[in-house]
Every structure is written in C-alpha cells, then in structure tokens.
Design a binder for this molecule. Structure first.
Ligand code: ZN
Length: 273
C-alpha cells in the first residue's frame, strides 16, 4: 500500500515537473512584443488566431491599450501544444502636452467629427488584412536618415484636452524628404484623412500594417504593389501636425506596437524560454 502511494506521489511530482518545464512566463509592456524562439514550432497563436513562425520564432504583439493582466499564448511543436504566459506590465509611457494652433483640429465641428468617424471606420477595417508574410525583421527604416524619436505611447493632451495615446513614432524630418516602404507590400489605403493628413497604409502580409502620416505628397495609390525601400511619398505637415515630421505607425494582427521594436535588433525583444 505504502509503495503504491509513494509511486502515485512520484508520478504526480513528475507530471508537475514536466508541466513546469513548459510553464514559460515573460513580462512586456503594452505596445510591446514577445518572442518564443527555439523548438522549431509549426504554428503560433493566441486568442483564437494563429499564424506562422518567422525563421523558427513565434512572435506575439501586445496592443498599446491592453490592460495589465496575463495573456495565454501557445505554439505547436512536433504536433503537441505548448502554452506560456505573457504578463502585461503597467502602462510605462509619459504624458505629453501639445499645442495645436488650428483649434478646429482639436475641437471638431459636427461635419469634421462625422468625417473623422467615417475615416476611423474605414481605417479600422484594415486590421483584418491577412495573408502570407512578405517582410523580414528588422524592417527597413522609413527615412534614409532615421533620427532618434518616437514618443510612442505618450498619453496626450491637445490644447489641454485628453486625447488618445500616441500609437506611433514621430521622426523629425524636413518637408519633401522621401518616405520609404518598410517592406514589400500592397498599398491598402492612400488618402487625405482628417487627423493624419495625406497617409499611406501598407499591408506586408501576416496582418502587419505600416502607416505613414502627415505626408506632403503621395507617390502611390490604393492597390499598388511596392518593394522594400521604395519611395511612397514625401514628408510634410498635413492633418493635425505641429510641423513637418513623419509619423510612422505599426499594427500587427490588430495590435498597436512600438515601431522601434521592429526597426531595431530583434534579439533585445523579451523572450519566452
Ligand atoms: Zn505622431
């Protein structure tokens, strides 16, 4: 009897140890990314959506507006499923106060409000794009000389009124500087929009959308195919902008992520083991 109980206890401990070996956990901020390298996975997924690994690594994107909580992610390895936990950290970004001289871009008229709402709906439909991946990491810089910059995630006040947090990175640049595609893509939207001015939205496959705002000129039209580094427009200050700069934004499978993470060394992204 005693030995049977001991055997059961040992079996239980072994099962717990095996589970613990797969109970990976990592922390990342909202707007961050997590990698899961090693093990040669066949498929990656979370919350009912699944996708292909990139060069043997599963990538998970955490939306800027994700609450501080734990998210379960999984990958398929050798026909079996491994799960892991991503702990979404507290919101780490500072507050930014911006003064816009054209107050009609902050306190909208009824007509402008209706226009902005229509455009938001049109843009929101883009996040559902999917298909085979056409990009590699890191992405190509959108400017020939990419300065330091960003203010990604800043909680923003325009003319002292709270507005949405900054979901892209702002790069100082001169008007007319060429703006380039971060990777091969289809132009899914190229239009003059109320807030973002002349704007280009590119889909690079795998639900990765890059955005280029406030352009003075567009060099592409909706439906065009572009190559990595191809000129798609010129830097400007159209829409709600304080001066010439490039706003570069990324949505990956719907999640707003810090563009710096996809433009820099992928090796510094927090990893599950
Ligand atoms: Zn911006």
């Amino acid at each position: 009897m005693a030995s049977a109980r001991t055997a059961a206890l040992v079996a239980g401990l072994l099962a717990a140890a095996v589970n613990a070996a797969f109970a990976a956990e990592v922390a990342a901020p909202p707007g961050g990314l997590v990698r899961w390298p090693g093990g040669d996975p066949e498929r990656c997924g979370s919350e009912g959506r699944s996708w292909q690994p990139i060069d043997g690594v599963c990538w998970y994107a955490i939306d800027l507006l994700e609450q501080a909580q734990t998210l379960e992610v999984w990958r398929q390895v050798g026909g079996g499923r491994e799960t892991a936990v991503v702990r979404v950290a507290d919101y780490p970004y500072p507050v930014q106060h911006i003064t816009i001289t054209d107050d009609s871009k902050v306190n909208l008229s009824e007509a402008d409000g209706a226009r902005a709402a229509r455009e938001a709906k049109r843009v929101g439909a883009l996040w559902a794009h999917d298909g085979p991946r056409r990009f590699r990491l890191p992405l190509a810089p959108p400017l020939d000389d990419l300065p330091a910059g960003g203010r990604f995630g800043s909680r923003r006040f325009f003319n002292e009124q709270p507005r949405s947090p900054h979901s892209g990175a702002d790069f100082a640049a001169d008007s007319g500087e060429p703006v380039r595609a971060a990777a091969e893509a289809t132009v899914v939207l190229a239009a003059d929009l109320f807030f973002s001015g002349r704007s280009v939205f590119l889909h690079h496959g795998d639900g990765l959308i890059t955005m280029y705002f406030h352009l003075s000129q567009l060099a592409v039209a909706e439906g065009d195919e572009v190559t990595r580094g191809q000129k798609i427009g010129e830097v400007g200050a159209t829409g709600r902008a304080t001066g010439p700069h490039l706003h570069f934004g990324i949505r990956w499978r719907g999640a707003r992520v810090d563009p710096a993470l996809l433009l820099g060394d992928p090796g510094v992204i927090p990893a599950l083991r």
